[in-house]
Structure formats: structure tokens, C-alpha cells
Design a protein. Structure first.
Lengths: 598, 373
């Protein structure tokens, strides 16, 4: 156990976490240059494309230190977005220390701080690493001052590195060995293993990623998941190298995987504790919680035949994403589907993309909603996250919406535009302080609904990427809410209904109408697109009809050609949703969800 | 009207027109070998088809064949297939090729309908389209056809050509109508990818007419010809009375079987479609060696047949008889497609008249989309 180190790398987005992980893997010889694929730990295409880590991941690095001893350094990669803070916390709970990566040019950012606080909560040893020192814009002195003043860490403990150039790798590995404590725990105590991730393998079932705190586990053991009580027999345990490597046993302090024939995917929860059935540990490891989604939307298959496939793929998807929740839902216009909860809009985006990519399904998403609270005249209090369940307006005594506190860090020169943006988003109770020369920390209380829609994108755009943003839920506040519907050719499209602040309704409706107009192909007759509150039309656009569509010549040989073309068009139409007599393509639904200034 | 039609494709031309994407080659030297090859192919179908009541020589330019060749083919067909005594026998002709003598021999051998590819009465437009004849030759060919005895003559015209505005087109229509041909086909110019004209439009940045302009041409055509007594019975076809409709072409739209002979010709048995190799030399060689010239075939499912019947039927003024449609394809259109049909009727694109589901004029203009209900 003295020769094991469990660590993670934490950083603000784009500060070079994945590149550093890759370089450490290369340096320790797990992979050589030839079979090296950039950013090994970002397994998913979507992770590589977006440059962010969504899933947790782990790899064991063999390292012979300068003291002559051989160590196993377990790198546990953590998700890199504010939407995934619970997964981050479970990964961190599996470590004894972290590399806190700071971009030499950008310095300390909002998530540097947020991650640092998380690491501190887990009492982890923190090694600050200043990355990208090779950049011309690197300002190491400023970063050192920030490490001191903003992070409250001793600047003398930092390491300078360039993951891209391979500078500082040995110093980092030595610091991991010297400064991060070896795990504690005992092989003799009852088994306590923390699940920090799980993946589905179509051949082996669920692959559980875990950190053993106490005890040992081997094939043949009967284990129990403490939150659900489910019992399984272990089939295989092992380590993560670039692939899974089978081992006889995992012992206290180690990080590895367990395969136990877990087919019921909902039996695995990130943060749960695995113990032996016969000799359980007295209590589960701390920190397990059911994650609470804040954004809700419905998913429907475009082809109603795909409903069962969608159900299966959501079940499989859920295995790899403990924070995603879903239940059955149905829409008058779109048929059978699922109501889903997400940690944020990025999370929603990712789920949609992965369902489409990995399961080859075309889906439609309804407009996302936060969870509103209504007090009815009869005194009952209800929560509504689905516009379909909006109460009868006559029965509502009071409507409330969730508020968050947004914390932003930005260079002073963007203060004006950001404040303007926050006010536009109904921000109140601002607070501001200078954290360093030219840098401002700004906070606002804002409705969550305003933030999830397009705040983040616009914030990034007005601060030209220099600002950072994070938020916490605070409370519910009274709000003048209405249900805004969208009608296409007189038919209500319930997936496009939204609960909105009354003052926002007209602008939202207009945007939705315009976007639908751009995305719905012209049809044989004029189509009206309307936004309405109850019976009152508040916005309207029309799509003019096409008036000429006929092949001039249609004789012997033209018939096959024409029929094939029509068959293709019919296939295309199947990939659209019929609302009344209007075919609406998936892109139209997605366009309505997009942020306001895309 | 369930007797099949016989189509003979003569893919030879003196020169290929810039807009044409039919299979044809500028190789008139093949003409003498052609009739024997067609007759050779005919023999394959001797027992499969009978009782044709229409024969159609299309192309290409059938009129590049000597009259004797056409006579041979026609004689062979009579021997092998029992062609109806009152059959409509059409030949497509190019105005530039027609001498009175040639027309007289066609008429005497039993060709009773002539379809002349006039395309325009404006020389600038004819030149733009790459036609070899002039408007004067067009008028003269019509006159000769009448003198040769033809009393069922069709004229083909093309509209919405670059440089042709609605006024010029109306003038062309009126010129054509003043000749009182029994039949008129008016096609909107279709730029087929791969044709010289398509390339010309692209390279010179010539804009194709938009939706509204196309519709204006279409509607004007219908109205002007109606004033002259022509019945708009199919998207691009007009006749002085129902009896002068192209009986052969009606078979395509009414889903009646037809046999196509010649290179690239298509055939339909009622369930199956097949088509010949699109290469005249290869076609001739294969026939000489008694080998099949069928290039591809397809068996149609009921669903495919139903779709064809829908898009073909809705091209015609008479539309579809829902009872026949149900009997043939099992679909009760007015129940299963009630909602889209209602919507289209509400928007004045479809109507139910005399028990038939028919397109209106505006509906005919979007007939391809109507079939997607």
C-alpha cells in the first residue's frame, strides 16, 4: 500500500488537463508514441470534439521513482464541467491528492477555485501545477501571486510545466510520490469499495470502477451494493491500463474494476459502497447522494416505431450516467416518450448527442424547463417541471420560480456588458469585489430559467471567453408565470410549450415562431405559426406555400425514376413529425431550444 | 382501355438537342441496321403480349429512319401481335426532316398520328435550345402533314426558356393554336444535370424561373389554350376534345401495361418494370447474337404500385377513381387519407367530382407533392 498513489487532475476548462494526463501516460511508458492517440482518457468522440471530459476514467501508471522503488500511480480523471460536480466529487473521494492545473496565461479561473474547494473538502493534498509555461502570453509571476492571494496556497509548492512540450513531467511524478500520501486502510477489515463510475460493456455487462478503501475483493466473492441491497457474485477484478487487465485480487488502497454480472443497470449508482455480503462493513462510505437534476425536457423518438429502442437506449445510457433520470411521458402531438432530468443544458446536449450517435436514433427534445412551484387556491403546493402539467390558471394562487446565485469572475473591462446582460436576465442584488488588479468578482441573484436558456453562451461571448461562471441554487421566489403555447397551422405543439415569465412571453414566442419558420420546409399551402397564451395570440409568422412542383415529362422511363424519388421523399417525411397536416423536421424542434443569439 | 401499348424507341438523331436527356445518339449511319434489330427483339415477346391498341414511335428522332424501315417494323408488329384495327399509331417527327413524300408514305403505311417536335415558333428560342429547324420549317411541316392526310397531329412546345417572357410565350401558344392541331404538349423546360444546356445555365449564371414565374407560365398556358378550345387533360398535355388525347400516353398515367422495344426502352407488365441497355451498338450486337437486351428489372410491391398509381393518376385531369384504386391496391383513399385530402381540398388543390378524386389546376401544378399524402 505504501507504493500506491491515487490522484486526480483538476483544472478550469481548457487549462490542459487531458494533455497532461496523456503526457504522464506516455512518460511512464504505458503507451509509446506509435500507438498513441491524443487524449487517451477522453474515450468518447464527443469528449474529444468538445475538448471536455464528461465521464470519469482511470488508469494505473507504473513508475520507478528516484528513490529506486516502484510505484503504482492511479490517475482518476474527472469530468470538467460545472454540470457534473457530483461525479467530480465521487472521483475526488477516491483520491488522496490532486494536481491543480492552472493555465500560465489565463491564471486562476472560476472553476480553478470551485475545484480547489472541492479538493479541500475531501482533505486532499494539493500540488499546484502551472501549465503552458511555453506560451508567449505566459505570466508566471501573476499566476504565482494569484495562487497566493486567491487560492491561499503556498506559491513555493508549485511546479512549472508544459504538457504540450513535455516539460516538468518528472517533477510532477516525483511530487506525486513524495507529497501525496499513500492510501490508508486495511486488507483485514470488511470490504468497503467506493463506486466512482460504471460503464456498460455489451459482452461483460456492467464494468464497475471503484476505489477499495478497506478489505480485499476477488473473483467468486459475494458482494452487496449498500444503497440498493442488491447482491452479486464477482466474476472478475482488475486494473486499468490502456485496456482492462485482469488481476487475482484488489486490495485496500487500490483502484480498479469489478465485473459481477450486473445486468440491471439501475443497480449501480455512482457514490455507492460495495461490501461483502457475509461480512459487511459497518456503514457505507460517506458522500452518497441521489443527484438532483435542475433542467427537465422530454425526449420523443421521431419514428414512433423507435419507442422501444429509445427505452432500451436510455436504460443503457443511464448506466454510464448516474445523474441522468427519466420516466415515461406522452405528448398529444409527439406520442410516447420520456421526461428526463439533466444537471444542466450541456448535460442535456450530451445526452441527446450520445443517444443519436451511439444508438442511431433520431429524437426530438421538448423545450427544457426548470422546476416551478405553484400554490393553488385550495392551499396545495405543487411542483411543475413539465408544461403539460401546468395547472389551470384559474386555480393558481401564486407561482414561484427557482433562483440561483451566479458567481462570475472577469476582467474589469467587461464589467459593463456583463452587468447589462445580468439585468436583462432579471438579475438582482448584485455584489462586486476586486480580487486583484483589473479582476472583478461579480455575483447576481437570477432566475434559473434565465440562466439555463442562453446566459452561459452570451456571457462567454460578451467576455470574449475571459469570464468564468458558476452558480448555486438559493431559493424559490414569486414570479408572474404564464404558459406559452406554440401552434402550427392551428394545432398546439405541446413539446414547444414553455412556462415563462409574463414579460418574457412575447419575445420568446416570436423567437420560436421565427426559428420554426426558418426550419419548416414550405408545404403545399400556407402555414401559420403562432405563439399564444391561453386563447390570446401574442406572436405570429407564416410560411408561404410552394406552388409549382411537378415533373414536366412523365412517360415510360420517367416513372421508375420519379417513383424512387417520391419513395425517398416519403422516407424523409417519416423522419419528420406530423403536427396536424404539417411535417416538421427534427431541426425545427432543436432550433427552438437553441440559445437566443446563435 | 386495358389493351397494352407498344412503344418503339428510335434513339437516333442527326444532332442532339442541348436539353435532351433521353437516350439518343447522333449516329444516323446505324439506321439501316435498326429495323432488323427491333424486329429481332419483338420476337422475344411474341407470346407475352398481344392486342396492342396503340403503337408509338418515339425517340430520339424516328423520322431519321427511312419510311421503309418504319414500314418493316410496323408490318412485323402486325404479324406478331394482332394490333387492333383502330389502333392509334403515332410517330414523333422533327420539322426539319419532313418532306411531303415521306409524310405520304408514313400515312399510307398506317401511321395515323403525327407528333411534331416544334418546341417554339421563335427562332431565337429555337437556336438557344439547339434545334436544327426554324419556325418557318415548323409551319411548313405542319402544312405538309395536313396535306399528306394526317388528321390527328400533335405539336410539342417548350416554355420558360431563358429569353422567353410570358408575352412571347403567349404569342407562341396563339400561333400554335391558330393551326388547330388536335393535340398540344407544353413542357416547362427542365434542366437535367449532365445536359449541355444545364451547363450553359450554370456557366453563364442564368437564373431558372422561380416558383411564382413557373406557376405563371403554367397557368397562362392552361388559360390561353382553354380560350382556344383545348382541354388541359394532363400536366403538360392538351387536346381539342377527349377523343384526341394521346391514347398511348394515357396508358402510362393509367397504369396500363406497355411493351417498349429498342435501346433504353422501358416496359411495364402491370407488376414488373424492365428496361433495355442504353447503348444502340450494344443493343444491335446482342440482338444479332440472340441475347437479352434487358438491362434491369424490378418487381413492384403493392405499396409501390399504389404510389405509382397515385402520382400518375393525380397528374391527369380525371384523377383517380377511389373504387378502382381500392380494388387494385386495397387502400380506401377517402378513409385512410381523409385528413390530408380534406386539407388539400380546403386549400383548393384537390376536388371530388363525379366520384373521382381530381387535382384542380393549382393542384396539377404541385402534382408530385400531392402524391406524398
Amino acid at each position: 500500500m505504501e507504493n500506491i498513489r491515487n490522484f486526480s487532475i483538476i483544472a478550469h476548462i481548457d487549462h490542459g488537463k487531458s494533455t497532461l494526463a496523456d503526457r504522464l501516460i506516455q512518460f511512464t511508458g504505458v503507451s509509446n508514441e506509435r500507438n498513441f492517440q491524443d487524449q487517451i482518457l477522453d474515450n468518447l468522440d464527443i469528449e474529444r470534439e468538445r475538448g471536455i471530459t464528461i465521464k470519469s476514467n482511470a488508469i494505473s501508471l507504473p513508475y520507478q521513482a528516484k528513490d529506486g522503488k516502484n510505484y503504482t500511480l492511479n490517475l482518476i480523471d474527472t469530468p470538467g464541467h460545472v454540470d457534473f460536480s457530483y461525479e467530480v466529487s465521487r472521483s475526488l473521494a477516491s483520491c488522496e491528492g490532486v494536481l491543480l492545473l492552472i493555465d500560465a496565461a489565463q491564471g486562476v479561473q472560476a472553476q480553478t477555485l470551485a475545484n480547489l474547494y472541492l479538493a479541500m473538502e475531501h482533505n486532499l493534498e494539493i500540488i499546484p501545477v502551472i501549465n503552458k509555461i511555453d506560451l508567449p502570453a505566459a505570466d508566471i509571476d501573476r499566476v504565482l501571486a494569484e495562487i497566493d492571494s486567491e487560492l491561499g496556497l503556498d506559491p513555493d509548492t508549485h511546479i512549472r510545466a508544459s504538457a504540450k512540450e513535455g516539460i516538468g513531467m518528472e517533477e510532477i511524478l516525483e511530487a506525486i510520490v513524495e507529497r501525496i500520501p499513500a492510501p490508508t486502510g486495511s486488507d483485514n477489515r470488511p470490504l468497503a469499495a467506493l463506486i466512482f463510475d460504471a460503464q456498460y460493456d455489451s459482452y461483460r455487462g456492467t464494468i464497475i470502477h471503484c476505489r477499495i478503501f478497506d478489505g480485499t475483493i476477488k473473483a467468486g466473492d459475494i458482494i452487496r451494493f449498500m444503497s440498493s441491497g442488491a447482491i452479486y457474485k464477482v466474476e472478475e477484478v482488475g486494473h486499468f491500463m490502456l485496456q482492462r487487465v485482469k488481476r487475482d485480487m484488489l486490495s485496500a488502497g487500490e483502484v480498479g474494476y469489478i465485473i459481477a454480472g450486473v445486468k440491471t443497470v439501475s443497480d449501480v449508482r455512482t457514490g455507492d459502497t460495495i461490501t461483502h455480503h457475509e461480512r459487511p462493513c459497518p456503514k457505507p462510505l460517506p458522500g452518497f447522494k441521489e443527484v438532483k437534476p435542475v433542467v427537465f425536457a422530454s425526449i420523443y423518438p421521431i419514428a414512433s416505431d423507435d419507442y422501444q429502442d429509445l427505452a432500451d437506449s436510455l436504460e443503457k445510457y443511464k448506466l454510464n450516467d448516474a445523474s441522468f433520470i427519466y420516466e415515461k411521458d406522452s405528448s398529444a402531438a409527439l406520442g410516447q416518450g420520456f421526461r428526463c432530468g439533466f444537471l444542466g443544458l450541456l448535460h442535456l446536449d450530451i445526452v441527446q448527442e450520445r443517444i443519436e450517435r451511439e444508438f442511431h436514433l433520431s429524437i426530438i427534445l421538448s423545450v427544457p424547463s426548470v422546476r416551478y412551484r405553484f400554490t393553488l387556491k385550495d392551499g396545495r403546493e405543487i411542483y411543475v417541471d413539465n408544461p403539460t402539467h401546468y395547472p389551470d390558471p384559474m386555480s393558481i394562487d401564486k407561482g414561484e420560480e427557482p433562483y440561483i446565485r451566479a458567481s462570475m469572475m472577469l476582467p474589469e473591462r467587461y464589467l459593463g456588458v456583463v452587468m447589462k446582460l445580468c439585468m436583462e436576465k432579471r438579475g438582482v442584488n448584485s455584489n462586486m469585489n476586486y480580487t486583484g488588479p483589473g479582476r472583478v468578482e461579480l455575483s447576481y441573484e437570477m432566475p434559473l430559467a434565465e440562466v439555463i436558456f442562453d446566459f452561459y453562451d452570451r456571457f462567454k461571448s460578451v467576455t470574449q471567453g475571459y469570464g468564468s461562471f458558476d452558480y448555486d441554487m438559493i431559493d424559490y421566489r414569486e414570479s408572474n408565470l404564464v404558459l406559452m403555447d406554440i401552434l402550427v397551422n392551428g394545432e398546439k405543439v405541446d413539446a414547444l410549450s414553455q412556462i415563462v415569465h409574463r414579460e418574457r412571453a412575447r419575445a420568446r414566442a416570436l423567437i420560436a415562431c421565427e426559428r420554426l419558420k426558418d426550419e419548416i420546409p414550405r408545404q403545399m399551402y400556407k402555414i401559420a405559426i403562432q405563439g399564444a397564451i391561453g386563447g390570446e395570440i401574442i406572436a405570429r409568422t407564416t410560411i408561404s406555400a410552394f406552388r409549382k412542383d411537378v415533373t414536366a415529362k412523365c412517360y415510360g422511363g420517367d416513372i421508375t425514376r420519379k417513383r424512387k424519388l417520391l419513395e425517398k421523399q416519403k422516407e424523409g417525411k417519416k423522419r419528420m413529425k406530423m403536427i396536424g397536416q404539417v411535417s416538421i423536421p427534427q431541426s425545427a424542434f432543436l432550433a427552438v431550444l437553441k440559445s437566443d443569439n446563435d | 382501355m386495358t389493351s397494352p401499348g407498344l412503344y418503339v424507341h428510335i434513339p437516333l438523331c442527326l444532332a442532339k438537342c442541348g436539353y435532351c436527356n433521353f437516350y439518343s445518339i447522333a449516329a444516323p449511319e446505324l439506321a439501316p441496321r435498326f429495323a432488323p434489330a427491333i424486329i429481332g427483339e419483338m420476337a422475344f415477346y411474341k407470346n407475352a403480349f398481344r392486342n396492342f391498341d396503340t403503337v408509338y414511335f418515339g425517340g430520339g428522332t424516328p423520322s431519321v429512319l427511312p419510311a421503309s424501315s418504319i414500314d418493316e417494323i410496323l408490318n412485323a408488329a402486325h404479324k406478331m401481335f394482332d394490333i387492333d384495327r383502330h389502333a392509334e399509331i403515332t410517330l414523333e417527327a422533327n420539322p426539319g426532316d419532313l418532306s411531303l413524300e415521306y409524310l405520304r408514305s408514313l400515312y399510307s403505311m398506317g401511321i395515323n398520328r403525327l407528333n411534331i417536335g416544334v418546341q417554339s415558333f421563335d427562332d431565337a428560342i429555337l437556336k438557344f435550345l439547339g434545334r436544327r429547324h426554324t419556325s418557318k420549317e415548323a409551319l411548313s411541316s405542319f402544312d405538309k402533314a395536313c396535306r399528306a392526310g394526317f388528321d390527328n397531329i400533335g405539336i410539342d412546345l417548350i416554355y420558360a426558356v431563358h429569353g422567353q417572357d410570358i408575352q412571347l410565350w403567349q404569342w407562341t401558344l396563339k400561333t400554335a393554336a391558330s393551326l388547330m392541331p388536335e393535340h398540344l404538349s407544353c413542357y416547362q423546360l427542365t434542366l437535367e444535370p449532365g445536359t449541355p444546356l444545364h451547363l450553359h445555365y450554370r456557366q453563364d449564371g442564368i437564373k431558372e424561373p422561380d416558383d411564382d414565374e413557373s406557376l405563371a407560365f403554367f397557368t397562362t398556358t392552361s388559360l390561353v389554350l382553354a380560350q382556344h378550345g383545348y382541354d388541359h387533360y394532363e400536366v403538360s398535355n392538351f387536346s381539342l376534345s377527349p377523343s384526341w388525347r394521346s391514347r398511348h400516353n394515357m396508358k402510362y398515367w393509367e397504369h396500363v401495361p406497355y411493351l417498349g422495344l429498342g435501346p433504353s426502352a422501358h416496359s411495364f407488365s402491370g407488376k414488373k418494370r424492365w428496361w433495355n441497355i442504353a447503348n444502340a451498338r450494344e443493343y444491335i450486337t446482342e440482338i444479332v447474337r440472340s441475347r437479352t437486351v434487358v438491362s434491369q428489372s424490378e418487381e413492384l410491391s403493392t405499396e409501390q404500385l399504389a404510389l405509382e398509381a397515385l402520382f400518375l393518376g393525380l397528374r391527369t385531369k380525371d384523377g383517380i377513381d377511389p373504387a378502382i384504386y381500392k380494388a387494385k391496391y386495397g387502400t380506401v383513399l377517402l378513409n385512410e387519407k381523409r385528413k390530408p385530402i380534406d386539407e388539400l381540398m380546403k386549400n383548393n388543390l384537390l376536388e371530388i367530382k363525379e366520384g373521382r378524386l381530381r387535382p384542380t389546376l393549382a393542384g396539377m401544378a404541385v402534382a408530385d407533392s400531392l402524391a406524398l399524402i
